[in-house]
Design a protein around this ligand. Sequence first.
Ligand code: PEP
Ligand code: MG
Length: 320
Amino acid sequence: ANESGAAVVNDSVKTTDGRHVEVAANIGQPAELEPAAKRGADGVGLYRTEFLFLDRETPPSEDEQYEAIRQALDTFPDGRVVVRTLDIGGDKRIPYLDLPDEENPFLGERGIRRSLAPDSDLFATQLRALLRAAADGAGDLAIMFPLVATIEELDAALDALEAAAGLDDYDADAVDPEVGVMIETPSAVFMADELAARVDFLSIGTNDLTQYVMAADRENERVGDLHDPTHPGVLRAIQQTVTAAHAEDIWVGMCGEMAGDPDLTELLVGLGLDELSMSAVTIPEVKTAVSETSYSSASERGDRAQLAATRSEVHTTLDT
Ligand code: PEP
Ligand code: MG
């Protein structure tokens, strides 16, 4: 048992009626890998690589990034490690990068927008490090792009990946990473069918998605009631994303805070999520919750929840 009292489940988990749900860890630092494995993570569902850039004076070199990702892949030899490319801007500032001040940073040059900016070579360096690590590491690498809003951004990111894959200092035949996008903007939800047709997976970032769907700052407590992913507007965005992914036969996960709330596990399984990724502390509880959920009744409940008109109706649905 861990501090929450839930037993650690090292095997992958299924619902009572046999539906497999991947339960993975959100990671920011190499030091978090072992504890996540000990708590039973099936893999890494979100590696927030911007943390490798913090608390230093210059960006990490390609080799340093390679080592960090290699360590993640070797910690989960039988699992998948989803590495998110650099997600700076908004709440995540890196002083030495000296980015211009913006009036509305959350609506500014953050996430994939920054990586694709012509004045940045950080993206190419990072992609090279990821591909080299994938060639040498034990587990399976997946690469994920943050804050995508348009197909053009995805196409440009895929072009950059292809260019990085053309480098000759690794065994290209050994590398075939899955590629996915985070669903964090309303545009990505509306375009989820087109995105899903072009990638191997989608992962819903409910922290940002809630902020942008509800127009409620994720850091402002005065609008904390609105920044709640159980509002039906957000649930419908989640449902639409899942439907779009499954129509293209790709998997869809969730890596926002919502995914780690064991009180919402049944709802999320019912909405059809294939993977839930969370801070490692909640993994044992969420695995237990998955194993106690019947997918067929959860999916009826999920249907009712996303037809609810108000947040309180959603919660009534969850409690009955
Ligand atoms: C999210 O937005 O839900 C997410 C997982 O990304 P971050 O919290 O790092 O912005
Ligand atoms: Mg985000």
